[in-house]
Design a protein around this ligand. Structure first.
Ligand SMILES: NC(=O)C1=CN([C@@H]2O[C@H](COP(=O)(O)OP(=O)(O)OC[C@H]3O[C@@H](n4cnc5c(N)ncnc54)[C@H](OP(=O)(O)O)[C@@H]3O)[C@@H](O)[C@H]2O)C=CC1
Ligand SMILES: O=C(O)[C@@H]1CCC=N1
Length: 271
């Protein structure tokens, strides 16, 4: 039985615990969060696995084999009090493996604040709620290969996992961590375009979301480059090239590139 702790039981913690609990791994959870609603919602997602409510964050460090840090980066310091973590792990043979999902906060800061050297950073995204997540992952040098593989397998219960060097995790955050928000804007804008051209809103919403889903599925399953797939839609002198020209004239590519860049910079600031 593996004891998995969560410091912070909000939406991402619930999504990750839900994925792990739905797998055949033999796990139990111990959770600390000031919000009893969050803990209740967490328990509801864990497939009837045991969920213990910890009295403090240090209690999670005292007993869990793996501790997920799942608070907002702004609460990292408040959530991890060095001396209480040190006393909590003092009697243990090995400290827990720490897995942070926080944007920006680097491995070195987590090692220094928790006094634990075995730290893994992951950057998931909200589609992990439906098993379609995209996650970057990076480990401290002290993490054993078996632990790295175990965490990768846990994260894969919610989607794909791509190991990257730690200095690239801010860019992962700017692209796939924050990316779902850009795509929701795209879906909404597509639907509004449909409404502008006379479609009922509910018809437009369904067509827009399915179009984004279908295009992503085609890109993933065909393995063809998006530019090749785009050219297959684009008939000479046809409708698509007229639409693409309007996108390019209005700075579509530049907007998306700038969004990823701005979110990457913000991730660096949060660290
Ligand atoms: N949302 C996203 O798309 C993604 C988020 N992340 C990262 O995941 C982390 C969590 O985000 P998310 O799940 O969205 O946030 P949530 O606000 O949903 O969850 C955070 C939880 O932590 C609780 N909390 C606050 N302070 C403490 C504390 N001192 N000790 C224990 N628990 C505490 C909060 O309680 P309360 O509400 O009462 O403050 C809340 O329940 C962030 O670091 C974020 O950068 C990573 C990838 C994607
Ligand atoms: O907006 C944020 O800070 C978090 C990190 C990645 C997605 N959401």
């Amino acid at each position: 039985m593996i004891s998995i702790g969560f410091v912070g039981a909000g939406q991402m913690a619930q999504a990750l615990a839900g994925g792990i609990a739905a797998s055949d791994a033999d796990v139990a959870f111990i959770v600390a969060d000031p919000s009893s609603d969050a803990i209740e919602a967490f328990s509801a997602k864990t497939n009837s696995r045991s969920v213990e409510k910890a009295d403090s964050n240090a209690d999670v460090f005292a007993s869990a084999d793996i501790v997920f840090l799942a608070v907002k980066p702004q609460y990292f310091v408040a959530a991890t009090e060095t001396e209480s973590i040190k006393s909590a792990i003092a009697g243990r043979e090995n400290p827990p493996l720490v897995v942070s999902i926080m944007a920006g906060v680097d491995i070195k800061s987590i090692q220094s604040r928790t006094a634990i050297e075995t730290v893994i950073r992951v950057m998931p995204n909200t589609p992990c709620l439906v098993g379609a997540g995209a996650c970057g992952m990076s480990c401290s040098d002290q993490v054993a290969e078996a632990d790295r593989d175990r965490i990768k397998a846990f994260m894969e219960t919610t989607g794909i996992v791509i190991p990257v060097a730690e200095n690239l995790l801010d860019a992962v955050t700017g692209l796939s961590g924050s990316g779902p928000a850009y795509i929701f804007e795209l879906i909404d804008a597509l639907a509004l375009g449909g409404v502008k051209c006379g479609l009922p809103r509910n018809v437009s919403d369904q067509l827009a979301a399915q179009t984004v889903f279908g295009a992503a599925k085609l890109a993933i399953e065909s393995g063809d480059h998006p530019s090749v797939l785009r050219d297959r839609v684009t008939s000479p002198g046809g409708t698509t090239i007229a639409g693409l020209k309007a996108l390019f004239d209005n700075g579509f590519q530049q907007s998306i590139i700038s969004a990823v860049e701005a979110a990457t910079e913000r991730s660096k600031e949060l660290g």
